[in-house]
Write a protein of this length. Structure first.
Length: 528
């Protein structure tokens, strides 16, 4: 262990929403001030502050906690200080791992100031018990929160983070809804159109022609910044069928409150699962209705009648693997009756729905696609058996030297990170020696840290890429083994296609030298 004056301290502060209920003693500002004062008294040099505000102690994927671990791994710090053990974490297994295994293995001294824990001393037997108590506290708190929320749900309180389109929060009671007059008129118009038998696609065109703002754009207009990103994906009046469908099925418009749509099964993972419709908590007449119950029920009947019966005998063997080569979206399977008999085809609808993403018509007849894929698969299987394809791909991989390029990129990033580390250290020394004022110190430090974050993300991406560079010949052998099951096949089957192919990319038809051409790209499993 290094001498007292050579400690490089990581001060870690954390505060979750639940911790915030305990008063100012746990605030981030208080934690930082308290620990900074302690370091000055002890003569410790603070390397950096690591702050996770609003993160539960049961999670260990917190941004600044992860950053601190990276700095520990690169030997930038050798002492971690928190206000108490619960700031480090509330899961006793994970917290115990860091205090009992990770920190010692990395020669890190750890101090939990208020709990009297200091790994430099031998008398820390109480630490594991405190970790268990912190975990029990989190479990008990989760149970109490869940019970309180269920009570609110049974009372019919509004508990969602956002109001349904057509409503807003009651300014006198945040758990009650009141009608928002402008969008409420649009909701009434949607239900009126539904009662005439109009479909959602026609409704979307009608609402756009009328100039009605979509729900996300309307909320942005009202100052709700949470919807800026969603609103930016389409035009102000570009309604989509899914939005209209959801409005037509939501019982909130008849004045009923439906709660407990999702549940958290484990207080540690916080993973949400959807609750079946018949198990949700529904309280009737909790707020003023926009749509009367009779009209709402009639619309539900009309929706149930709209389920289409199957009108063809074709099995869609290419289901889920046919994509547009331009926008990347899955092609839709369709048919028409304009000619004699039915004509089946695949087509990208983005040319009509999102013309900015897809500017060409990506269309192919089912029979044409069947013939092309059948011929190419026969050739690919033949080449696999003769090892022709294996040799060609192996030669291509060797000529590309992909691994070498990735390793060069990795070396560049690591070198720059090393330079930045030295610059940050020198910057602090200049500031400590009063050769640099606070303004310039903060500005330069921010620039260096921003670049470090960007480079660390690049390094993570490069590491993932390197891990994916597996033995190509081994992957080809996997594909060859599967292909052996389909030697001399007579017809394509869904099972066969999904075993051999990851995706089929359909290009648009072009006229080159007075000849129509269409690119069809097959991405095989394992090898691309």
């Amino acid at each position: 262990m290094e001498q007292l004056g050579f400690y490089r301290v990581a001060i870690y502060c954390r505060l979750s929403q639940d911790d915030g209920q305990e008063g100012d003693s746990n605030s981030i500002t208080t934690q930082k001030a308290m620990l900074e004062k302690y370091c000055k008294e002890q003569g410790f040099a603070i390397y950096d502050f690591y702050v996770d505000d609003g993160y539960s102690g049961l999670r260990f994927d917190r941004p600044d906690f992860t950053r601190m671990l990276n700095d520990i791994d690169t030997k930038k710090v050798n002492l971690v200080i928190t206000k108490d053990l619960s700031r480090l974490g509330r899961d006793y297994i994970q917290t115990g791992y860091y205090t009992e295994i990770y920190f010692p293995n990395n020669d890190i001294r750890y101090i939990a100031l208020h709990d009297g824990v200091d790994t430099l001393r031998p008398d820390n037997d109480i630490a594991p018990f405190k970790n268990i108590l912190n975990d029990m506290y989190a479990k008990d708190l989760s149970r109490k929160v869940k019970s309180a929320k269920r009570l609110q749900a049974t009372r019919g309180d509004f508990m969602s983070g956002q109001c349904a389109y057509g409503y807003k929060r009651d300014p006198n009671n945040k758990h009650k809804l009141v009608i928002d007059s402008e969008p409420a008129e649009v909701v009434r118009e949607i239900y009126r159109l539904a009662l005439t038998g109009m479909g959602t696609k026609a409704m979307a065109k009608y609402l756009k022609a009328k100039g009605y703002l979509t729900p996300s754009h309307y909320k942005v207009k009202q100052g709700d910044t949470r919807f800026i990103k969603t609103a930016g994906t389409r035009g102000e009046c570009d309604w989509i069928q899914t939005t209209i469908w959801n409005i037509l099925r939501d019982m909130v418009y008849v004045g009923d409150m439906e709660n407990s749509k999702y549940q958290i099964k484990n207080y540690k993972t916080k993973k949400k699962t959807k609750v079946p419709k018949d198990q949700r908590i529904v309280v009737k007449d909790t707020h003023e209705a926009i749509i009367d119950r009779e009209a709402f029920n009639r619309v539900q009947e009309l929706i149930s009648f709209r389920h289409r019966t199957r009108k063809h005998n074709y099995t869609n063997i290419f289901k889920s693997i046919v994509f547009c080569s331009e926008c990347g979206y899955r092609l839709m399977f369709g048919w028409n009756d304009k000619n004699i008999g039915k004509r089946f085809y695949y087509q990208c609808h983005n040319r009509y729905l999102r013309p900015d993403k897809c500017r060409h018509r990506h269309y192919i007849k089912y029979n044409e696609l069947y013939e092309v894929i059948s011929q190419r698969l026969k050739l690919a299987i033949e080449n696999l058996q003769q090892d022709t394809l294996v040799q060609n791909i192996s030669d291509e991989c060797q000529s590309e030297n992909r691994n070498d390029k990735i390793l060069v990129d990795k070396k560049k990033v690591e070198t720059r990170l090393s330079v930045l580390d030295r610059l940050v250290k020198r910057l602090y020394e200049d500031y400590a020696c009063e050769q640099l004022d606070m303004g310039n110190y903060q500005r330069l430090l921010t620039e260096y840290q921003t670049e470090q974050k960007t480079l660390n993300k690049q390094l993570q991406t490069i590491t993932v890429e390197l891990s994916k560079e597996t033995d190509q010949s081994e992957n080809l052998q996997k594909l060859k083994k599967i292909a052996e099951q389909y030697l001399d096949f007579n017809e394509l089957t869904s099972n066969m296609l999904h075993q051999l192919i990851d995706r089929i990319e359909i290009g648009h038809t072009e006229v080159i030298d007075n000849e129509k051409r269409q690119e069809i790209n097959i991405v095989y499993r394992f090898v691309g």
